[in-house]
Design a protein around this ligand. Structure first.
Ligand code: SIN
Length: 488
């Protein structure tokens, strides 16, 4: 086995259904490989619709007792699970770097980030309040109470194999739901290790099942059509999100969708240039550009355009791309060969249409799915690099003249997840923050994520919010109770 852990018990290759580790009904497997070198890491149980149904039925049974517990009792399990994630941070990071490719410092950071959702919702779950509503009639009172939405199905991506799971699972469990998860086929090992730690934390069987599988339509089809599932939560691409929403319509399920982005970073002439370059670097190249809130378009005012591009180029030239386990690696591989081809197709099409490559611009020669960190100038809004999510380490730098033009460029997309801008002008901070059509806006800051903030988008970037006090709402129904007969 290629992965060496301090605790080998965290390397699981069977799915986890109703508290049992299982190979699935047909005993099939799929391979998990290391994107940095193609090395075969593990063969993981390949499940389908029938096992998904089994997990959903188990969730429905398990939820009956779980929802009846006090919030404090549920919280205690989440607190224990949180502690176990931190105790096992190094092993979880090793699993993540092996299957996802990100450098170890990013993997360690993601494990801490993922754990923070368990802690946060362990606390927030105790604060699910309702309302007493004054009614027009004197003989009655209205009451609104919050109850768990029911069995939840979650589908999560490979770019954050830990945190995207905990920020769905933690609020669901905290309020009394049970949840069935289908992790990405590229990164099932991180999800299974989370299930192992949930079991060690004392989470009762059936409340959190992990259905591993390579047949996403079969598993997703069961999740979206099974009437026992009351809510589907998904993080991934906009086309798949739309498909899931259509499938959920037949049984009128609640949905939360964290979908694609096309984040602008607007840099005004009056910005602190060094701060803006540092922010753009973090936002664009984090996780090698494979983040939904990654800067997709750098939009720079003409007065500082050349200076910005030169500083950005100098910083990117210092990157060390390579295997995430190497101590000096700053940026890891892309997830698959196809991802490298897709990113290169966007760069090539921009170059054919007149873009200039300042640095990078090619797949990295040799083994692994590496793409050179790239900067493009002479780009325009008709190009694919403006219109589409790049999901790779490519920074197209667009030029603008006026504030109105910058806002119009930022909003010229069907996406609306995150936007960022840099300025020292207080009035402009408010005008632009209010003028851009995005769910999240970073003003002089691009590292905006944490468990305490409402993460989510508008337009075709999705619906619902994860994290923060608002993150519980997506797992709760509001029930109105009319208490009558008060005059008797
Ligand atoms: C994402 O890519 O959707 C997650 C990024 C984050 O939570 O910061």
């Amino acid at each position: 086995m290629a992965i060496q852990l301090n605790d080998p018990g965290l390397l699981k290759t069977q799915a986890y259904i109703d508290g049992n580790w299982t190979d699935g009904f047909e005993g099939k497997t799929f391979a998990v490989t290391n994107p940095a070198n193609g090395e075969h890491l593990a063969d993981v149980a390949d499940l389908g619709a029938a096992e998904t149904r089994q997990a959903i039925e188990a969730a429905s049974r398990a939820m009956k007792e779980w929802r009846a517990l006090s919030a404090a009792s549920r919280s205690a399990v989440l607190e224990k699970w949180h502690a176990l994630l931190l105790e096992n941070q190094e092993d979880l990071a090793i699993l993540m770097t092996a299957e996802q490719g990100k450098p170890m410092f990013e993997s360690r950071g993601e494990v801490a980030y993922g754990a923070s959702y368990l802690k946060w919702f362990a606390e927030e779950g105790k604060r699910v309040y309702g309302d007493i509503i004054p009614t027009p009639q004197t003989d009655r009172r209205g009451i609104a109470i919050k109850q768990p939405v029911g069995v939840v199905a979650a589908i999560t991506p490979w770019n954050f194999p830990n945190a995207m799971i905990t920020r769905k699972v933690a609020p669901a469990l905290a309020v009394g739901c049970a949840i069935v998860l289908k992790p990405a086929a590229e990164t099932p090992l991180s999800a299974l290790a989370l299930a192992e730690l949930a079991e060690r934390a004392g989470l009762p069987a059936g409340l959190f099942s992990v259905v591993t599988g390579s047949d996403a339509p079969a598993i997703g089809g069961e999740m979206t059509s099974n009437p026992t599932v009351k809510k589907v939560t998904f993080t991934g691409s906009t086309p798949v999100g739309k498909l899931l929403m259509r499938q959920c319509a037949d049984t009128v399920k609640r949905t939360s969708m964290e979908l694609g982005g096309n984040a602008p970073v607007i840099i005004f002439d009056d910005a602190d240039l060094d701060q803006a370059v540092a922010g753009a670097l973090v936002s664009k190249y984090r996780n090698s550009g494979q983040t939904c809130i990654c800067a997709n378009r750098l939009i720079v005012q003409e007065g500082i355009y050349d200076a910005f591009v030169e500083k950005l180029r100098a910083a990117v030239a210092e990157f060390s791309i390579g295997d995430g386990f190497a101590a000096d690696t700053t940026h890891g591989p892309l997830i698959t060969e196809k991802a490298v081809r897709d990113v290169h197709a966007k760069v090539s099409s921009a170059v054919e249409e007149g873009a200039k490559v300042v640095i990078g611009g090619e797949p990295q020669a040799g083994a692994g799915n590496f793409y050179q960190p790239t900067i493009l100038t002479d780009v325009n809004p008709q190009m694919r690099v403006f219109r589409e999510e790049i999901f790779g380490p490519v920074a197209p730098v667009f030029k603008f003249s006026t504030e109105e033009e910058a806002i119009a460029m930022a909003n010229d997309t069907e996406f609306g997840l995150a936007a960022y801008f840099y300025t020292e002008n207080m009035g402009r901070m408010w005008r632009v923050a209010e003028g851009v059509d995005y769910g999240m806006v970073g003003v002089n800051e691009t590292a905006i994520s944490s468990e305490v903030i409402p993460f989510g988008g508008v337009k075709e970037s999705g619906q619902g919010r994860e994290g923060s006090k608002y993150g519980l709402d997506d797992y709760l129904e509001t029930k109105y109770i009319c208490m009558g007969g008060l005059n008797r």
